[in-house]
Design a protein around this ligand. Structure first.
Ligand SMILES: [Cu+2]
Length: 507
């Protein structure tokens, strides 16, 4: 029996049971104590608490196959089943609708025009300023005003023409990572071509016979360390089975940017600023999906030196491929953490069956913080400098960790994380993004460095967050999910005083 036949069979065989089961689960939730008794001031209920998880009209998807439910945490019956842990459970989107559009939060797509039978892209290597955190602008190298560069997205079988015009003050080379293309277009510095001089243009044109997760980058190491990379996604002509509803991409990078500097020390062996798609947590835009969807995430490590063990909370996913190709499903591996090495990509897929705001992060402790420095000493900012300090060492004050004041207001004294203290407008920037509507007010405290959030929202809350302009109180979506899917008796409100701010109101 083919997978397709099996699905149809299962659909007929289990639809009634599955719907019955979903109904039961909801009835249980409906009977739960919806009162968040620990907090009489908790945000009031929002959305439609009695809404049942539903399969969208027009979708063949079913709620449950072989004991695996797309609507509640479950593993299925048999590790040998194609549907164990949702392995081959399709999303809601039918394969006939084509591949789900690729989405790299905080990055644009590179536009193209059909010219002479090829998709023509214009890529511009240049120095760019990138806001890593609210108010922290760094000088890096990127493409078309962005670091990482904008995403190139094509379909297997396309012919592409990429017109690269170098706006850097120095030579560059552009490499199409993973492509099996004619040698003179490989972009390997001086081995296969001469440099693209400042102000000059080189045209790359080739047929894309592959499908998968690729990227482009400078082939000069120091430019790579400065951030020159971008996605090059090739969708398969025949949509991958099972089809997904979401296709997210995250590029992980490290930089060493000393306190008071905006330029990375690209030769450093140590790293203190960390970005996902060019943003440090909590400025990383949360990934938002709907309860029951099948979600793909593509991870790429483009750090100069360091690998990243990337961990998703609340779900078990299947690793379905890497940078070279999609893996045959017989070799997929279920995991919670994937170690991604430099210039490696890892793709995984899962059914979002556990609603909530799930932290999604690199697990290296040094990568879960921004701008840590180990100097504990005389790095003055205002009204002082290292020279003046050292001329006067006899009266140099002893280290005093409680000392405050302008001379001690330095990132290295004592060791601390820059960017933790934010002004109210900076906090508003974080709170007011659509994607973070209704999260706990204190979420920016939890999301740092190589961290973002995977939000799994029931239909009605997804619409409220992503499609409506209705205001949503801070914490209201979280509270609502605790009411419906969590343990309301253990609900904890966010404290009203955080980050030195107390506006007298609950946040
Ligand atoms: Cu890491």
């Amino acid at each position: 029996m083919s997978t397709e036949e099996r699905r149809k069979f299962l659909k007929v065989g289990t639809l009634a049971a599955a719907l019955g089961l979903a109904g039961k689960a909801i009835a249980q939730e409906g009977n739960a104590n919806l009162d968040l008794r620990n907090d009489p001031d908790a945000p009031p209920p929002i959305g439609n608490a009695s809404a049942k998880p539903r399969i969208p009209g027009g979708s063949d998807a079913v709620a449950e196959i072989d004991g695996f439910s797309r609507f509640k945490p479950s593993r299925g019956n048999d590790p040998e089943s194609d549907f164990y842990l949702g392995k081959k459970m399709p999303g809601f989107r039918p394969a006939s609708a084509g591949p789900a559009p690729f989405e790299a939060p905080d990055l644009d797509k590179l536009p193209w025009k059909m010219v002479g039978g090829a998709k023509e892209f214009h890529l511009v290597p240049q120095a760019v300023r990138r806001e890593f955190l609210p108010g922290y602008f760094m000088d890096v190298y990127g493409y078309n005003g962005s670091m990482p560069g904008p995403t190139i997205e094509v379909t297997q079988g396309d012919r592409v023409r990429i017109v690269v015009t170098n706006e850097l003050p120095e030579d560059t080379f552009t490499h199409w990572h993973g492509f099996e293309l004619p040698i003179q277009y490989d972009g390997a510095a001086t081995l296969t071509q001469n440099p693209i001089k400042p102000g000059k243009t080189m045209v790359f044109e080739f047929d894309v016979h592959e499908e998968g997760t690729f990227f482009y980058h400078s082939h000069i190491p120091m430019q790579e360390a400065f951030g020159q990379v971008g996605w090059f996604i090739v969708h398969p002509k025949k949509v991958y089975d099972p089809p997904v509803d979401r296709d997210f991409g995250l590029i992980f990078q490290n930089f060493n940017i000393p306190p008071t500097h905006t330029v990375s020390d690209s030769w450093a062996m140590d790293w203190n600023w960390h970005t996902i798609n060019g943003r440090s947590g909590p400025l990383t835009t949360p990934l938002v999906c709907k309860h029951g969807e099948r979600v793909r995430v593509r991870l790429l490590d483009f750090s100069p030196m360091q690998h990243h063990p990337i961990h998703l909370h609340g779900h078990t996913y299947w690793e379905t491929g890497h940078e070279g190709a999609r893996t045959p499903s017989s070799a997929w591996v279920p995991r919670n953490t994937s170690l991604v090495g430099v210039a490696q990509a890892t793709n995984f897929e899962f059914i979002a069956n556990n609603p909530g705001d799930w932290i999604f992060h690199c697990h290296m402790v040094h990568h879960m913080m921004n701008h840590m420095v180990r100097h504990v000493g005389p790095r003055m900012r205002e009204n002082s400098n290292v020279d003046r300090y050292q001329q006067n060492t006899s009266t140099r004050p002893a280290v005093d960790y409680s000392r405050e004041g302008q001379h001690w207001d330095t990132p290295g004294y004592p060791q601390k994380m820059q960017g933790m203290e934010r002004t109210m407008p900076q906090m508003e920037t974080l709170w007011n993004r659509r994607e973070s509507k209704g999260m706990r007010a204190t979420y920016p405290m939890a999301v740092k460095g190589l961290m973002t959030v995977m939000r799994v929202l029931p239909d009605d809350l997804y619409n409220l967050v992503m499609e409506s302009d209705e205001p949503v109180e801070k914490g209201a979506v979280f509270a609502e999910i605790v009411r419906r899917f969590g343990d309301p008796s253990r609900y904890e409100p966010a404290p009203s005083m955080m980050m030195g701010m107390d506006d007298g109101k609950k946040m």
